[in-house]
Design a protein around this ligand. Structure first.
Ligand code: AMP
Length: 303
């Protein structure tokens, strides 16, 4: 089943206590699309880049069968740029710089052939743009949305309008608390779910993820990795694996959502193993299944 992905396409400058990587291909939709591409075909991307986004970058996406017809290229424009520095625990980071560049004047246009997409993943971008995308989609079966503190603080009213129209909201723990104004995650989940999304996923970095539905709470562990190079994009990669799994299920029910959380976690655990999306470019299905099994084993107990 096709998935429409909208979000940022970026060049990132990433600094960790152990090294750095500049001009790295990034952006929310890049990570979502690469991750979801292992689960289903086709992934349709909508976004904007400048003329500095070259054939080698498009080539990486096309190699994974990602359809980029919905990506606008602005002549003489510069692609969105983000710079971040991770703290010693690699779980927290500071944003050093955000340059919207071509995103500042972006008007999303959903190509006709994308409009009947059944699965829509609204990656982290300006909520006003997320709303414009939703206005152009005909009748999606499932809308998933991600955001970040930049928009929770900058455009809270627009974000609330988006939340009224999404089925599943994915957010990290600090962003969830920022949105609810409450430190307790269970109360926070109740408050956010009352804003619209029936299902909420709260990501907790190296501490796993929580899924909140009408049926209760499911807790997924994070994979205990010995070396973490770069957590950038892990959240988006999670969203890609989650929606990728759901898009290949006949019916979306509680069990498939729980499996989706584990596939998302498995994909995110690969993402952090190298800088940028490098690791996501070279995976195979067997490795993904193996990692998924390892997740199941993490909390299995004998009789
Ligand atoms: P994550 O680590 O999953 O939060 O995603 C990191 C990606 O989000 C990076 O590749 C950035 O280019 C992108 N990003 C950072 N800030 C923003 C923003 N304000 N709007 C859209 N994308 C962003």
């Amino acid at each position: 089943m096709s998935i429409l992905v909208v979000g940022s396409m970026a060049f990132d400058d990433i600094e960790t206590p152990f090294g750095r990587s500049d001009n790295t291909l990034g952006g929310s939709s890049t990570y979502i699309a690469l991750s979801a591409s292992y689960f289903t075909d086709p992934i349709r991307m909508v976004g904007v880049v400048g003329s500095d986004f070259g054939d080698e970058h498009f080539g990486l996406l096309h190699a994974k069968n990602i359809d980029t017809e919905g990506v606008q290229v602005v002549e003489n424009g510069k692609t969105f740029r983000w710079a971040g520095r991770y703290h010693y625990d690699m779980n927290t980071r500071d944003t050093l710089d955000t340059q919207l560049n071509v995103f500042a004047d972006f008007e999303p246009h959903i190509p006709q052939q994308y409009r009947e997409s059944k699965f829509v993943c609204l990656g982290n971008i300006d909520p006003e743009l997320q709303l414009k995308v939703l206005d152009q989609i005909e009748k999606p079966d499932l809308v998933i949305c991600d955001t970040m503190n930049f928009w929770i603080e900058g455009k809270p009213e627009e974000l609330k309008k988006v939340l009224e129209r999404v089925d599943i909201f994915i957010v990290n723990d600090s962003e969830a608390r920022l949105l609810s104004g409450d430190p307790n995650l269970v109360k926070t989940a109740r408050m956010i779910r009352s804003m619209g999304p029936k299902t909420l996923i709260i990501k907790k970095g190296e501490h796993g993820a929580l899924l909140f539905t009408d049926n209760g709470i499911f807790s997924a562990p994070a994979f205990p990795l010995e070396s973490i190079f770069d957590p950038t994009g892990a959240g988006d990669t999670f969203a890609g694996g989650f929606i990728g799994h759901l898009s290949r299920c006949g019916e979306i029910n509680e069990n498939e959502m729980r499996k989706g959380v584990l596939y998302g976690s498995a994909m995110a655990s690969f993402c952090v193993e190298q800088y940028g999306p490098d690791r996501l470019n070279e995976l195979d299905l067997l490795e993904i299944e193996d990692r998924y099994q390892s997740f199941l084993d993490l909390s299995r107990i004998g009789s």
